[in-house]
Design a protein around this ligand. Sequence first.
Ligand code: CDP
Length: 226
Amino acid sequence: MESNGNIAIDGPAGAGKSTIARLLAERLNYLYIDTGAMYRALAWKALRKGLDLTDESGLSRLAEDTEIMLRVDPEGKNLVYCDHVDVTEDIRLPEVSRNVSLVAKVPGVRRRMVELQRRMASSGRVVMDGRDIGTHVLPDAPYKFFLTASLDERARRRFMELKQQGHAVTLDEVKEEIRMRDHTDAKREVAPLVQAPEAMLIDTTGLSPEEVIRMILARCHGGGKH
Ligand code: CDP
């Protein structure tokens, strides 16, 4: 019998999804699947090949011809491979962040990614984060969460992260990039960023990861939406 204990986490850029999802997966001994990393890997490849990012059929073909793999190394670090090349660091470059939403809004790209994501979740023991997980990729997931935070807080968190990694960006640039990306993600025609009605909304502004995890686990132990 298939048992479905999947956890879907959606929300806008910088809401803390990946930090929470990773910790939660560790705690539950689940697999963490970062769907944003998959779109980022494809955007990275498209940029490297110099593809026209408004060419939808070109991008759809690229998605069909690209092998994207998520792997966890022995130290527990999540690695992303694009055609067997480790792109874990490169997909976080500001150039990729600025362009990823253009790639992710292409219907053919999404079709391919969603197919892969559903396959990855078939064990029923995954924490998957993204924009359309609760609404589209795993509509039957028993546990759904929508994380958000104020734009200022999200920009500040992302800015600190990038600064720590040595990227030369300003807070204003980061804020603008996040604002634009949220707009594109929320307005696109296919599977836009939207809260599933049954998802629990958590505003993480001013909350520590541990506090958010506690809220999520309390809900899961309480039986989710059912
Ligand atoms: O980590 P961050 O919030 O910056 O974003 P991400 O999760 O790495 O996702 C990068 C981009 O991929 C998003 O802005 C979306 O355009 C796209 N994405 C999507 O369309 N659907 C998903 N399930 C996940 C990401």
